[in-house]
Design a protein around this ligand. Structure first.
Ligand code: C5P
Length: 228
């Protein structure tokens, strides 16, 4: 399979030296890329800024902002059989990025934010037989929220994890996840390394592909326009 994976945070500039971002280390997405490549898949990894080595055998596309990530996903999605969106995309960006460094003597700035595009939702609408997998990092009502997002974003599989636990989610090597399928299946996994979880997720994607024999079709004209 050709698998497209996103990883890491996005970084949204405030001025030339400052930005808004989040705690994502990129470890889950990089583990997914390694697992998929070692299982013989052709992997493109679209990565936000992280401090991790590029996984061998993977084509890495580096991006910074959510809009750059969206452009890269649109470009590669057309040529992929599955998208696994593990990136922690910043939900907002600064509306008017200052070209000059903001000066303290000019007073305390008030930042006006605007919503970033939901990359995964866009892909879910345009998938034409491609498998689409999302992550839901939640701090409360984890399963209910993940289920809602699974349907709303038209995903095939959702990886739900409780990021309020110290041993799961952001910036640690382990994760406790529940895999929710669009068929209503629930697979609650024990606390495990991100490497082990990555392998399990890639196996599920392989199973989905086999069971459905889903083959990617041509994107509709509207989706093709979007991917330019
Ligand atoms: O809605 P929420 O941000 O919780 O959804 C998480 C999932 O959606 C993740 O898979 C994340 O990569 C993706 N996402 C996205 N674009 C956004 C926000 C989240 O693709 N702007």
């Amino acid at each position: 399979m050709r698998i497209l994976i996103t990883a890491g945070p996005t970084r949204e500039p405030i001025d030339p030296v400052r930005y808004i971002s989040n705690r994502s280390s990129g470890r889950m997405g990089y583990a997914l890329a390694s697992a998929a490549a070692s299982r013989g898949h052709r992997v493109v990894l679209i990565s936000g800024p992280v401090a991790l080595a590029e996984p061998p055998g993977v084509r890495v596309v580096q991006v910074t902002t959510a809009r750059e990530m969206q452009a890269a996903v649109r470009l590669w999605f057309d040529r992929s059989d599955a998208l696994i969106m593990a990136a922690a995309v910043a939900d907002w960006r600064v509306r008017a990025v200052s070209r000059q460094k903001l000066k303290k003597r000019s007073g305390t700035p008030v930042l006006r934010l605007v919503r970033n595009p939901d990359i995964l939702k866009g892909a879910g609408r345009c998938k034409a037989g491609r498998l689409v997998v999302g992550f839901a990092a939640e701090t409360s009502r984890v399963i209910a929220e993940a289920r809602r997002k699974l349907a709303d974003k038209r995903l095939d599989l959702m990886v739900a994890n409780d990021v309020s636990r110290a041993d799961s989610g952001f910036d640690v090597d382990t994760n406790q996840a529940t895999l929710l399928g669009i068929d209503g299946s629930i697979e609650r996994l024990p606390l495990m390394t991100k490497r082990a979880l990555a392998k399990r997720i890639v196996e599920r994607v392989e199973q989905l592909r086999q069971s459905r024999q889903s083959r990617r079709g041509a994107l509709t004209a509207r989706c093709r326009r979007q991917s330019r």
